[in-house]
Design a protein around this ligand. Structure first.
Ligand code: NDP
Length: 287
């Protein structure tokens, strides 16, 4: 058995094709959705992620701007920058590229983004809305995972799902989205005893740990949907996920590659959230 590969590039293109008429409709109102990305320092991985986001904006017809501050910038300088962007009517969505240098409090910075422009959905307003079952902007990575599951026609309701990782940006919102769709969800962390026993019971297994090769074939149920969120750089420079791809590919029913899987969908969902933000800020009802 070989798993069906969930190709992030293909599914992202499908998402973009659905966004295009919405972008055209905004254009008729004289509105071009705009995304501002704020970067601090010169982390090479962050630079690649931001470049991918800018490229996706261009592909779908969005305006984008990148604001870069030095690695030593103060929190006040960053907050002032965000305040100016918050008030720019040409910008409908704002993101701060993570990670931030240690002198900056990422939580406080995230919360300085205007609620209606917080298209990463990391602010407390959006996380709370997700908990309450009334999501506005949902964090893009888990949203992208849901889009992949739906694209592949994978049943969620009534299934056992295991999310390995409990971060605010991936693990927790991922669990909430799966719960909202009727899955029975277990959330694991680095202290979880007998991780393999739990993961081996999962119909849907989401790995979001940042530990290369953590999920081995013996930890996977035959025929399961295995979603690899992890992005890990090996000593030889290669990028790999949290899943032992070759072995799990022979056992899973569906599998996402790294690179070319969830990462593409994270970007696609950011673009989708920005289009939705532009619609809301223009008085349109989002599709
Ligand atoms: P964090 O470091 O914030 O969280 C990692 C989580 O994994 C923690 O909850 C941690 O547990 C858990 N964990 C670590 N080791 C183990 C283990 N051995 N067994 C079980 N759980 C473990 O990372 P993020 O959530 O921000 O990101 C996770 C991964 O996803 C990273 O590789 C990141 O690069 C990638 N990523 C990919 C994106 C994409 O678009 N594809 C987007 C965002 C992130 P504990 O809480 O106990 O420490």
């Amino acid at each position: 058995m070989t798993a069906i590969l969930l190709d992030g590039a293909v599914i992202a293109r499908h998402t973009f094709s659905e966004l295009e008429p919405r972008v055209r409709a905004l254009g008729k109102l004289g509105v071009r959705p705009g995304l501002a990305a704020v970067c601090v320092g010169d982390d090479p991985a962050s630079a690649i992620y931001v470049r991918n986001k800018v490229r996706a904006c261009t592909e779908v017809g969005l305006h984008s701007e990148v604001h870069t501050l030095g690695a030593n910038c103060t929190e006040n300088a960053l907050l002032e920058k965000l305040e100016r962007i918050n008030h720019n009517p040409d910008i409908h969505g704002v993101i701060v590229q993570l990670p931030l240098p240690r002198q900056l409090d990422a939580g406080r910075v995230q919360r300085a983004i205007a609620v209606d422009k917080d298209v990463d959905g990391f602010g407390w307003h959006h996380l709370g809305a997700l908990v309450a079952g009334h999501p506005v902007y949902t964090p893009c990575t888990p949203l992208g995972v849901m889009a992949m599951l739906d694209y592949a026609g994978i049943t969620i309701e009534g299934r056992r799902a295991v999310v390995v990782g409990r971060s605010v940006i991936v693990g927790k919102p991922m669990a909430l989205l799966l719960i909202s769709r009727g899955a029975t969800v277990t959330v694991c962390n680095s202290k979880t005893p007998d991780l393999a026993r739990l993961t081996a019971d999962a119909d849907i297994l989401v790995a979001a740990t940042g530990r290369a090769g953590l999920i081995t074939a013996d930890m996977v149920k035959t025929g399961a949907a295995v979603i690899d969120v992890g992005i890990n750089r090996l000593p030889d420079g290669k990028i790999t996920g949290d899943v032992d791809f070759a072995a799990v590919n022979a056992k899973a029913g569906w599998l996402t590659p790294v690179p070319g899987g969830v990462g593409r969908m994270t970007v696609a969902m950011l673009i989708a959230n920005t289009v939705t933000a532009a619609e809301r800020q223009s008085g349109m009802t989002p599709a």
